[in-house]
Design a protein around this ligand. Structure first.
Ligand SMILES: Nc1nc2c(ncn2[C@@H]2O[C@H](COP(=O)(O)OP(=O)(O)OP(=O)(O)O)[C@@H](O)[C@H]2O)c(=O)[nH]1
Ligand SMILES: [Mg+2]
Length: 223
């Protein structure tokens, strides 16, 4: 797992301060309520829209579900996303450059790959005001890694993005993409990546934490 965080303190979430604050945020937003600036006036609040991009069956919706509802048991049967879905997640992170804790209202957007190509209006809606893209590929599918790299190449020079390699829970003989190759490509591009073992339920909380920290880090880092 590459966790090259430049702005976000990756240890902070292990602390009692973090657990207490996240629990108190959760209480405030229970029942679909939104986190408002006035709820926690002592913290800066950043709004970040993150778009999950990637080829068919790369694992976008599986990741989306872990982010939106980490405690929910779900079937792993493949189901193409017909259309799009979005979720709002509130998160907190400690910023290493200032030492301050900041709050984040993160909108996560996920569209089925086929939908993305078939319907321009959905693509436009997903892309509007996107701050960060998470380019998702499956480690068990070489073609999805090729698609991910093409997507990255096609982005404007100032786009903020990182890679997510899914199916990290599978045994090495089932993987078609070498982690070393992803590492080398990411190093050369100066782009972060994370690997998600989504097939392992016990890892879901960690996957969520790493992903959300990477979103905050990518949104705030100065190039
Ligand atoms: N073992 C394992 N399976 C995964 C993982 N991520 C996704 N899958 C499986 O891969 C299949 C496709 O995943 P989806 O999340 O539906 O893929 P998608 O990117 O949303 O696909 P589209 O909606 O068609 O664009 C499903 O059967 C998932 O259960 C993972 O990390 N580990
Ligand atoms: Mg999907």
């Amino acid at each position: 797992m590459s966790e090259v965080l430049r702005v976000v303190d990756r240890e902070w979430h292990q602390s009692q301060e973090a657990s207490r604050l996240l629990a108190s945020i959760e209480q405030q937003v229970q029942g679909g309520g939104l986190l408002l600036e006035g709820n926690f006036p002592q913290f800066d609040l950043f709004g970040v829209k993150v778009l999950l991009q990637g080829g068919s069956s790369s694992g976008k919706s599986t990741l989306f579900n872990i982010l939106a509802a980490p405690d929910t048991e779900r079937s792993v049967a493949a189901a193409e996303t017909k259309g799009m879905q979005m979720a709002r997640i509130t998160w907190a992170a400690k910023l290493t450059n200032t030492g301050d804790v900041a709050l984040f209202s993160i909108g996560v957007w996920d569209a089925g790959h086929r939908t993305w190509h078939e319907y321009d209006h959905i693509k436009e809606e997903c892309e509007r005001d996107t701050a960060v893209r998470a380019i998702v590929f499956s480690l068990k599918d070489k073609a999805s890694w090729a698609t991910a790299k093409q997507m990255a190449d096609a982005l404007p020079a100032d786009a903020r993005f990182f890679f997510v390699g899914t199916s990290y829970d599978l045994a090495p003989e089932h993987l078609e993409v070498a982690v070393d190759e992803v590492q080398q490509w990411s190093d050369a591009m100066g782009v972060a990546f994370c690997l998600t073992p989504a097939g392992q339920r016990s890892e879901h909380i960690r996957i969520r934490r790493r992903f959300l920290n990477l979103v905050c880090d990518t949104a705030l880092r100065s190039e």
